[in-house]
Design a binder for this molecule. Structure first.
Ligand SMILES: NC(=O)c1ccc[n+]([C@@H]2O[C@H](COP(=O)([O-])OP(=O)(O)OC[C@H]3O[C@@H](n4cnc5c(N)ncnc54)[C@H](OP(=O)(O)O)[C@@H]3O)[C@@H](O)[C@H]2O)c1
Length: 303
């Protein structure tokens, strides 16, 4: 049972699962109209009816800044709903795959975070996501929680799309350069989850794997570095593809500080996540963020 199929990760998971003969017949996909996660009774009813072996829950309240003024809604979707999904799954012996975020950390660490590092979310969104993780852990069913970061892709609204739009409208951009992390494509996340699933299907690995895992593309950059790479790589591909040129050149993307671009929700300065636990337990490693960006750009629908 897959929730949130109109979201970035949900859509990518649905697309990949539908290509696998076994999964394509076995997956029940649900969008918000079929399962509203703010409706506790509906969650219980749907899980009782579907009786899944596995629930994958990429649905979430992801409006980071808006969450500061809508904490109840953010907690309902990001904390209460995962708790009920976990309780209902536990009743029928189902497993749960859930997604979380780099925003559970304060970002003050000077190197990449490991799953053992202390969490200290700075925002309502981060706190609500951590509450969801905690609730799942408290239920104690077999689960995997994948903390990811800076999700983008050809589908959905995201930084890649915003930069391409702004870069075609404006002569110059000002982008934050003092927040570090790993842009991660929704397709990379889905691909990694499928690899993990196929290992679990095959009875691998044999040790205890329940718990939280970092799951991001390899390498790191800043939002400014990401924006510059988007413009550079688009410009390289654009001539071959007959896409419209951008107005902005990489030289006209100005690096600014977080203090120059105040937002309602505070973001961690360091969002870098160490993925070695995923590599150790599942032998899954994700490609470098920049190589992935090129693939994602080439997959963009013709503009
Ligand atoms: N986006 C990021 O940069 C980022 C970074 C780190 C972690 N994550 C985590 O990664 C996971 C996937 O994120 P994403 O980027 O795929 O998010 P997304 O594109 O914003 O999609 C979220 C999905 O959740 C659905 N949803 C929201 N409220 C709902 C409700 N009340 N009932 C049912 N469905 C509801 C949305 O439905 P509608 O389509 O109808 O609105 C949407 O399809 C989430 O757990 C998120 O917290 C995301």
């Amino acid at each position: 049972m897959l929730t949130g199929v109109n979201g970035q990760v949900g859509h990518a998971l649905q697309a990949l699962l539908s290509k696998h003969a076994w999964y394509s017949n076995a997956v029940i996909t649900l969008d918000r109209t079929q399962l509203d996660l703010t409706d506790a009774d509906a969650i219980c009813r749907v899980v009782e009816t579907v009786k899944p072996d596995l629930i994958i829950n990429p649905a979430a309240y992801t409006a980071v800044d808006k969450a500061e003024t809508e904490p109840e809604l953010a907690y309902a979707i990001n904390a209460t709903a995962p708790k009920i999904l976990a309780e209902e799954a536990a009743k029928i012996g189902a497993k749960l795959i859930h997604f979380s975020t780099d925003y559970v950390y304060s970002g003050t660490k000077l190197s990449a975070y490991t799953e053992d590092d202390a969490t200290q979310p700075l925002s309502v969104y981060g706190k609500s996501k951590l509450a969801g993780e905690d609730a799942i852990r408290a239920v104690g069913l077999p689960h995997l929680i994948f903390r990811t970061s800076w999700v983008y892709g050809a589908y959905g609204n995201n930084f890649l799309k915003t930069i391409l739009r702004l870069a075609s409208e404006r002569d110059a951009l000002r982008i934050v350069a003092d927040q570090l992390g790993a842009p991660t494509s929704s397709h990379s996340i889905a691909q990694a989850v499928l690899e993990v699933l196929s290992q679990l299907e095959n009875g691998q690995p044999q040790n205890e794997v329940t718990g939280v895992y970092h799951l991001v593309n390899a390498g790191q950059t800043s939002w400014h570095g990401f924006a510059t790479a988007i413009v550079e790589e688009y410009t390289r591909i654009q001539a071959d593809r007959n896409w419209p040129p951008l107005k902005v050149t990489p030289a006209n993307i100005q690096a600014i500080g977080t203090h120059d671009f105040p937002t309602p929700a505070a973001r961690p300065a360091n969002s870098c996540l160490d993925c070695s636990k995923l590599a150790r337990n599942f032998l899954v490693t994700l490609p470098n963020w920049r190589d992935t960006l090129v693939v994602e750009l080439k997959n963009l629908p013709m503009r």
